[in-house]
Write a protein that binds this ligand. Structure first.
Ligand SMILES: Cc1ncc(COP(=O)(O)O)c(C=O)c1O
Length: 499
């Protein structure tokens, strides 16, 4: 126990006088780290409390407290009359490999490995939606959300402080909200359901994970639309599904092509009211064929109805759930588009036979969605604010789409061929065939403009180069400046090709 650590220890200690962390905690943490990294080896003698206090210009009591704490944690041992020593904390045959000093972010420095699943999910395209900017098609008009009304209802619930709202919630959701949603869906979407069939979950993403956990064993096949929603198919893959990408035509997912690839999918995930990302609506005859096929093949159908509320032309086609004679449709809807995405509330409507299973599985995956926002939302719907907001947003998005079409015609002319959509929050715009949509998107992003390339939504399908342009979250001025930037980007890329 004779090794002296005075110099070594002093070189390592660096106390921050400006920090809010008390000195004795800073000192303790730095000595602990030095011992764990074996920069202070077992048997080293620490400086006396008086000496260390003097060198660091701190009180002796601070050093005494630190040493006592480290002795009680088992890092140091005191020997009467000789001082404090670093204690051997591992048996000799368990000496760790020294962690590298190169703690590069994301590089695992030990012998542990990741799942193959997480490696593939990390490689999946990620879209950043943290600030509303042109031309993000995932974010609603947050500037028009009636936040005062929302806050008033929120404060009312907080004032009442009902204890049931502060407890663990029901894994199936807050019952009054399930009732409000069931009433809304019956009127607005032709969904046939009792409140018991409605489960409230933390976002549609959670609904996809929950449905896959509940319905499919790892390795079983699932049809997904190609092109299709990236996070949706990632959720299925993450929960163990073997993904079978199936092309979509102007009527919806191609059953013929699907059967050629996999005759008995355990699950089929579709966006019938507004195909994501192409924007087409699945025809009634294709819906009926799909229901019949699913029944014969023994496949569950996940109907993702993420933005059906915003239909600008005519009445929306009722949900497939409402015409399903076989009780095989799992209907998913979200409040991310109609209200705001950070709310993280969505719902899944399940056949009666699946209520208990879904509730139990959700209890494992998420225990329950947060109750207080559910209570606020329930009142928001029941007091009529919800349908009023949807009506307003439907009109606003129709106007904003029109503005976008005008801006694109004025600023981009022949460089981009936009296709007006009858519903939703984004449209498709086609690039000159010679361009690479990923390169256009990357160059635009560098200049602060978000346009998603169609190709990232494709798995096996190859489509002409196209961009998704959202019109929901920004006004005409922002659209114009972003369109000018996009025009420059496209011209630059055309020029690079020709010369
Ligand atoms: C096709 C589709 N479904 C569902 C969602 C909603 O997901 P969440 O409710 O998890 O926000 C999105 C979000 O962008 C989407 O594009």
């Amino acid at each position: 126990m004779s090794k002296q650590s005075r110099g070594a220890l002093l070189a390592m200690i660096n106390l921050d006088a400006e920090s809010n962390v008390p000195k004795f905690r800073q000192l303790g943490s730095q000595i602990r780290q030095a011992i764990l990294k074996e920069e202070l080896v077992p048997g080293s003698r620490l400086p006396s409390t008086r000496e260390l206090a003097r060198e660091l210009s701190i009180s002796r009591l601070t050093v005494q407290n630190t040493y006592e704490q480290l002795i009680s944690e088992g890092y140091l041992e005191a020997s009467v009359g000789s001082g404090s020593f670093v204690k051997p904390i591992r048996s000799n045959d368990q000496q760790p490999r020294r962690p590298s000093n190169n703690q590069e972010q994301g590089v695992i420095q030990n012998n542990c490995t990741l799942s193959r699943r997480s490696q593939r999910l990390s490689a999946s395209p990620k879209i950043d939606h943290q600030v509303p900017r042109a031309f993000d098609g995932s974010i609603p008009a947050l500037d028009r959300f009636p936040i005062k009304v929302w806050n008033k209802i929120y404060s009312r619930h907080c004032r009442r402080a009902q204890r049931e709202l502060l407890c663990y919630g029901d894994s199936a959701g807050y019952y009054p909200l399930r009732q409000s949603i069931a009433d809304y869906l019956r009127d607005a979407r032709g969904v046939h359901c009792s409140p018991e069939q409605v489960l409230v979950v933390s976002g549609a993403q959670q609904a996809f994970c929950l449905s896959t956990w509940a319905l499919l064993d790892p390795g079983e096949p699932a049809w997904v639309e190609d092109p299709g929603h990236i996070s949706g198919r990632d959720a299925l893959f993450g929960a163990g599904a073997k993904l079978v990408p199936v092309p979509v035509d102007e009527e919806g997912i191609s059953i013929q092509e699907g059967v050629r690839r996999e005759t008995s999918p355990k699950l089929i995930m579709v966006t019938p009211s507004h195909q994501h990302p192409l924007g087409t609506t699945t025809s009634l005859s294709r819906r009926l064929d799909l229901l019949d096929f699913a029944n014969k093949a023994g496949s569950w159908l996940i109907e993702d109805d993420y933005d059906s509320e915003f239909r600008f032309v005519g009445r929306p086609l009722a949900a497939m759930q409402g015409i399903d004679p076989y009780q095989q449709v799992i209907y998913v809807g979200t409040f991310s588009k109609v209200l705001f995405p950070s709310l993280r509330l969505a719902y899944v409507v399940v056949p009666k036979a699946l209520i208990n299973t879904f509730t139990a599985v959700n209890g494992v995956l998420d225990r329950a969605a947060p109750t207080l926002p559910q209570a606020v939302l329930s009142d928001f719907i029941d007091e009529g604010h919800f349908t009023q907001h949807i009506r307003r947003m439907r009109n606003l998005y129709a106007e904003r789409q029109q503005s976008l079409l005008e801006v694109l015609a004025a600023e981009l002319g022949d460089l981009l061929r936009p296709e007006a959509t009858d519903s939703g929050m984004h449209l498709m715009a086609w690039l000159p065939e010679c361009l690479d949509d990923k390169k256009v998107s990357a160059a635009a992003a560098q200049k602060g403009v978000d346009v998603q390339p169609l190709s990232i939504y494709c798995v096996k399908e190859s489509r002409p180069p196209g961009l998704l342009l959202g019109f929901s979250c920004i006004g005409q001025d922002d659209m114009t400046s972003a369109a000018r930037i996009l025009a420059v980007v496209i011209r630059e890329q055309l020029a690079a090709l020709s010369g």
